[in-house]
Design a protein around this ligand. Structure first.
Ligand SMILES: Cc1cc2nc3c(=O)[nH]c(=O)nc-3n(C[C@H](O)[C@H](O)[C@H](O)COP(=O)(O)OP(=O)(O)OC[C@H]3O[C@@H](n4cnc5c(N)ncnc54)[C@H](O)[C@@H]3O)c2cc1C
Length: 526
């Protein structure tokens, strides 16, 4: 039996939930179809940082951030326009950010500035030292009632509540969610209170379309194909293709592996494939939100702090450094691939540390000074008494590694990285926790034993997807609009090309696209 509703949303991550609440507020009947038994998707595993420039929280603190300046900054960072990174989409981000934050605030979603977190390109015109990155405060899960069981629990390797202390001053309530989970919990509470309907365990199979417009979806429910018609539209909010090895190998640089992705294996590109099947255009398919990771027992861990810490360097398989170890994750991940050309191999690369590093800093799941013997035996981490032996164990160029360490140690002595300027940008200094030392990340590697871990170009999601306009409407291959079909987040091609303006741009972009889809749906009815 076929069902009918006003608005169908595919995927119950933060973007899908935001659209559901916004559409319900407009009086639409909303059905969310979700492939799993839970809400929250990747968002629940995320830090929940949202790059939302121009927000009122900044203004209250006296930080002026007009949309024109934000757009200047975006244009400088993103450079030439592309089919996915149009001026119109950039302007939509800059202009809608403040409105969406107001919408969240008026919906009583408690937001806070992540203190001290800067843009990635502070030196560029319009870059800001802080204020643009927001997060949701602690959410009280008790108020979700039985829906609390539907909330995906936070299982990402990096998602440790302790890590947010430096940003948040508020104290948690009794049963709380933090980070991305808090955002999802707050949106879920409003969705359920306002009568949004959910179908769980109901993955999208295909879109129903005729004459260039979409009128509904077919999902699998209770083992059956079930058609649902949408009077007003369908929003794809079901993530990218990070969990699909076949699509990764077809589109991303090689080598690539689903196991390097920090995402839970939820998003298989079903929304993108459904769009392609009805003639939608795709863009930016070869890039991702790169995050360099190490693998421990096959599981990826981001190591941002460890790679920025003193007494460590990153080298390729020739033993050479090739960038500032303290660069932003998205930039650094890209380097691992761009370095792997012309006979040089940099996937994996290696984080080389001396014993002071291992004694003083957390590395993946390992506390400072504590490295289980079994992980040395399994080859997840390497240890050797000399750099020569370490290079041999890693199978990398010995003379290359020793020469690199000698050169780096001379830079450490001078306090200046003459090759890659590590520690000189504001972003690099932020990662070092505001130390007063001239260049605190630049310290010698000379205390044995030496340690190494393999570094892979992991990701926190793919960037490629269906081509959309500035109102989140999906486009045909000829550039015309597919009526009734919207896309946001990982399903839609990101405008951010192979870079990022600041922490939280992935979630920021997804939410703004979801918000704009609903505004467009509303305007279409006028
Ligand atoms: C460890 C980690 C940390 C991160 N931290 C940040 C951060 O701090 N800031 C930031 O900007 N970004 C961060 N990200 C990325 C961020 O999580 C995503 O950009 C964001 O969550 C995307 O939200 P979404 O709603 O579009 O997708 P998701 O939250 O992934 O939701 C997609 C939903 O669609 C469902 N789905 C998939 N296929 C189907 C189908 N066929 N039918 C129906 N439903 C389907 C999934 O089950 C899921 O529930 C992080 C990612 C990771 C892994």
């Amino acid at each position: 039996m076929s069902r009918e509703t006003d608005f169908i949303i595919v995927g119950a991550g933060a973007a899908g939930l935001l659209a559901a609440v916004a559409a319900r507020r407009l009086g639409l009947d909303v059905l969310v179809v979700e492939a799993t038994a839970q809400v929250g998707g990747t968002t629940c595993a995320s830090r929940g940082a949202m790059w939302l420039p121009g927000n009122d929280l900044m203004i209250k603190l006296g930080m002026d951030d007009p949309a024109t300046k934000v757009l200047d900054y975006l244009n400088t960072v993103l450079g030439d326009t592309t089919e996915a990174s149009t001026l119109a989409r950039r302007a939509a981000y800059a202009n809608s950010s403040v409105k969406m934050v107001r919408w969240l605030t008026s919906s009583r979603i408690p937001l806070m500035i992540m203190r001290g977190l800067p843009d990635y390109h502070l030196a560029e015109d319009g870059g800001k030292a802080q204020g643009r990155v927001l997060a949701t405060q602690y959410a009280n899960l008790d108020s979700l009632g039985e829906w609390a069981d539907r909330l995906r629990t936070n299982s990402a390797a990096t998602a440790k509540p302790g890590g947010i202390k430096k940003f948040f001053s508020a104290k948690p309530a009794t049963t709380t969610a933090t980070r991305g989970e808090a955002l999802v919990a707050e949106l879920l509470r409003r969705a359920t209170a306002n009568g949004v309907e959910f179908w769980f365990d109901s993955p999208l199979i295909e879109l129903v379309s005729a004459n260039g417009s979409v009128s509904g979806v077919i999902v699998e429910r209770d083992g059956q194909r079930q058609e649902v018609s949408a009077r007003r539209g369908v929003l794809l909010a079901c993530g990218g293709f990070e969990a699909n090895q076949y699509l990764r190998e077809e589109h991303l640089p090689l080598p690539t592996d689903t196991h390097w992705s920090l995402n839970e294996p939820l998003n298989t590109g079903a929304g993108i494939e459904a769009g392609i099947a009805i003639g939608a255009e795709t863009a930016a398919m070869s890039t991702a939100w790169w995050v360099p990771v190490i693998l421990v027992d096959g599981k990826p861990y981001r190591i941002d702090k460890a790679r920025q810490a003193p007494h460590g360097i990153i080298v390729d398989q020739a033993g050479d450094r090739f960038f500032s170890e303290a660069a932003g994750p998205s930039i650094l991940g890209r380097y691992l691939y761009s370095r792997s050309r012309g006979g040089v191999h940099a996937v994996p690369s290696f984080l080389i540390m001396d014993n002071r590093h291992r004694s003083s800093y957390e590395l993946g799941p390992w506390k400072p000074g504590s490295t289980p013997r079994k992980v040395i035996e399994s080859g997840d981490i390497f240890r050797a008494n000399t750099l020569n032996d370490l290079a041999q164990e890693l199978g990398i160029d010995r003379a290359g590694l020793i020469g690199t360490v000698v050169r780096f140690n001379s830079f450490a002595h001078k306090g200046q990285d003459e090759d890659f300027h590590r520690g000189e940008s504001d972003w690099d200094r932020f990662g070092l926790g505001g130390s007063k030392k001239k260049n605190p990340g630049l310290s010698k590697l000379d205390k044995s034993p030496f340690w190494a871990v393999k570094l892979y170009p992991g990701d926190s999601g793919t960037k490629g997807g269906l081509l959309t306009d500035e109102n989140s409407r999906v486009l045909h291959q000829d550039g015309s609009i597919i009526e009734g079909l919207y896309a946001c987040g990982g399903v839609a091609a990101s405008m951010m090309k192979s870079t990022s303006p600041g922490p939280g741009a992935g979630l920021g972009e997804a939410l703004i696209e979801a918000y704009r889809a609903v505004l467009t749906l509303d305007a279409a009815n006028d």
